[in-house]
Design a protein around this ligand. Structure first.
Ligand code: AKG
Length: 343
């Protein structure tokens, strides 16, 4: 299986190439590969736009003709680009090996924005925290003890999450959430376009640390364990999160009966609908309503993810903070077939 390999830009004056390394540009700053391709195609035929690394802020724009790259570099380098929201791009020539063959057997189109997935209740905010806040949050959890699971490490705050029962140990509160989390909770409460967000008092946090290539098995968070809003903040590295909903009449397998192999080869079943979204570092995902109650979510075990036409290498580590509110009564959701309180 051949994956694209991107080299660092050479940045040599006069060393021209049909490929441009473009910084301050990419999905993490709200520019989709399609938008970038469309702006750069003003200067010539674009072969493809690829992520230069996992940051989501640096891309390689590959032209058919070297002369197109020269014109684009002259026109766009270090100038405000009106078609990209006035953004200043930093452009150099790049020498790269283009992807020859990428395994797409198990891949589905990956969206950069939640609305494209058509899953009611799914929301994604890019740059929910700053790079400084990200560093502080990572330093805070790295200062505290991790618990090792088979493939990843976790920390729990507020209440312990019990993986055997997929529920909360409500008998033992671990106390208030730590103060380093408070700015994030405040920002969540300011999300104004969501019913309930301002009123909900999130009281349980699970921190997951995934080494490169490690994913998460498909699951729906136990209805009786948590209320209806589940927020997940991605830090340090990107990942793809996939969603799967079984077609009407197909009974939902228990999480334990879904093997990692099925996650690796999700096309092995045609009874479900699949969707995928790219989660860049510092983004906040919200599962609410149907997205929270009826769709399985999971992270495929990949070291490299295909996003649009690009291969994105996962970082050496991804750390997520999942914020939830522990439920105190039975769940009364509109999805009884997925609800342990109602079945
Ligand atoms: C969970 O802890 O149940 C998750 O789904 C974590 C999701 C994530 O890592 O973003």
């Amino acid at each position: 299986m051949g994956f694209p390999r991107f080299e660092r830009p050479k940045g040599l004056d006069g060393e021209s190439s049909p490929n441009l390394y473009v910084a301050n540009c990419g999905p993490a700053v709200g520019l989709s590969f399609d938008t970038i391709a469309s702006v750069f195609s003003t200067f010539g035929e674009v072969n493809g736009v690829y992520a230069a690394d996992e940051s989501g802020t640096r891309v390689i724009v590959s032209y058919i003709e070297e002369s197109s790259a020269q014109t684009a570099l002259k026109a766009l380098n270090r100038r405000p680009c009106p078609d990209l929201g006035g953004r200043f791009l930093h452009i150099q020539y790049s020498i790269m090996q283009l992807p020859k063959q990428v395994n797409t057997n198990d891949s589905i189109p990956v969206s950069l924005v939640a609305s494209e997935l058509n899953i009611p209740g799914l929301h994604l905010w890019h740059d929910f925290v700053t790079a400084t806040e990200e560093e502080e949050l990572l330093a805070a959890v790295d200062d505290r003890p991790w618990k090792s699971l088979a493939k990843r490490r976790v920390q729990h705050y507020g209440y312990e999450f019990l993986y055997e029962t997929r529920n909360i140990n409500t008998r033992e509160s671990m106390g208030e959430l730590p103060s380093f989390i408070s700015p994030i909770l405040e920002r969540i409460s300011l999300i104004s376009n969501l019913d309930n967000a301002a009123n909900i008092v999130l009281d349980q946090v699970t921190v997951n640390e995934y080494p490169s290539g490690v994913g998460l098995s498909p699951h729906i968070d136990t209805h009786s364990a948590f209320e209806g809003l589940i927020f997940s903040l991605s830090l340090a590295g990107p990942c793809i999160m996939e969603f799967r909903r079984y077609s009407e009449g197909v009974s939902l397998p228990k999480p334990d009966s879904i093997t990692d192999n099925q996650v690796e080869n999700p096309n092995s079943s045609s009874n479900f609908i699949r969707r995928a979204i790219y989660l860049p570092p510092r983004s906040m995902l919200l599962l609410s309503g149907e997205a929270r109650y009826a769709w399985l979510h999971y992270i495929p075990h990949h070291k490299i993810d295909l996003v649009k036409d690009s291969a994105i290498r996962r970082g050496s580590r991804r750390v997520s903070f999942t914020f939830r509110k522990v439920r105190t009564g039975p769940c009364k959701c509109e999805f009884p077939q997925h609800c342990d309180s109602q079945s």
